[in-house]
Design a protein. Structure first.
Length: 246
């Protein structure tokens, strides 16, 4: 089975459109225009057009694109804020909130026309946001799955808790985990394709593939194709194989 995957978008619609173009070109080359495309989560925050990213993905799915869109921790923070401004994501340190400057929520709100988020009360921002965010965007965020499995590959935003069956994984781990997963070299029973932790280049570690190359920090948004446990980066010149480190 051939599966494409896109890393953490973080509000960069232009980079997402370019990634989709590279995928379309590869699909055309191999004659498999219906192969699924998995978006690994963190659709929103930090970049300039989170609203555009969500609308683009909704419209693509409505048009019949075989797109799987997973929930990332930033997407959940946005979802929780829409439900209640007092909501605090358990993955965040106590002194932080989604609209804190280093998390990027203010950029998402600005894409919906909600300005000066850092200068107003949370309840004032929440009221304005409810009026600005279409219900279909809110419903889209609420309904995002937290992982997707196909052909012996698990696609998930942050990773998994090693040694725990997939059906028993905690959502907080799937959206937030880092060191316990990243430092574990064991075979997880499936190849794990994930994002969440930005790195310089897509890397295949043998038991996992990290595809978050820091689009939210001004770097590239990567798209890959997975076939039989092998991974290729989709570049302008075509496929570049990513050999496992071990």
């Amino acid at each position: 089975m051939r599966i494409y995957a896109v890393g953490d978008v973080h509000g960069h619609l232009d980079k997402l459109a370019a990634a989709h173009q590279r995928i379309a070109a590869d699909r055309e080359r191999v004659g498999d225009t219906g192969a699924p495309v998995v978006h690994i989560g963190d659709l929103v925050d930090r970049g300039p057009d989170s609203r555009g990213v969500i609308e683009h993905l909704i419209r693509g799915q409505e048009a019949g694109e075989n797109w799987v869109v997973l929930k990332g921790n930033h997407d959940r923070m946005f979802e929780l804020f829409l439900a209640d401004p007092d909501n605090h994501d358990p993955g965040l340190r106590a002194h932080l909130h989604w609209v804190s400057p280093n998390l990027g929520g203010a950029a998402t709100l600005a894409s919906y026309g909600v300005e000066a988020a850092g200068e107003r009360t949370l309840f004032d921002i929440h009221e304005t946001t409810h009026a600005a965010v279409p219900e279909r965007h809110a419903a889209f965020l609420r309904d995002l799955p937290i992982y997707w499995v196909a052909d012996g590959v698990v696609f998930v935003h942050a990773g998994i808790r090693p040694g725990v069956p997939l059906a028993e994984q905690a959502e907080d781990d799937l959206l937030w985990i880092r060191d316990e997963f990243l430092n574990d070299t064991r075979d997880h029973g499936a190849l794990i394709v994930h994002g969440h932790t930005p790195i310089e280049a897509v890397t295949h570690y043998g038991n996992r593939v990290n595809i978050d190359t820091g689009a939210g920090y001004g770097r590239a948004l990567s798209a890959v194709v997975i076939e039989d446990g092998r991974a290729w980066l989709l570049a302008g010149e075509g496929r570049l194989e990513i050999p496992p480190l071990r």
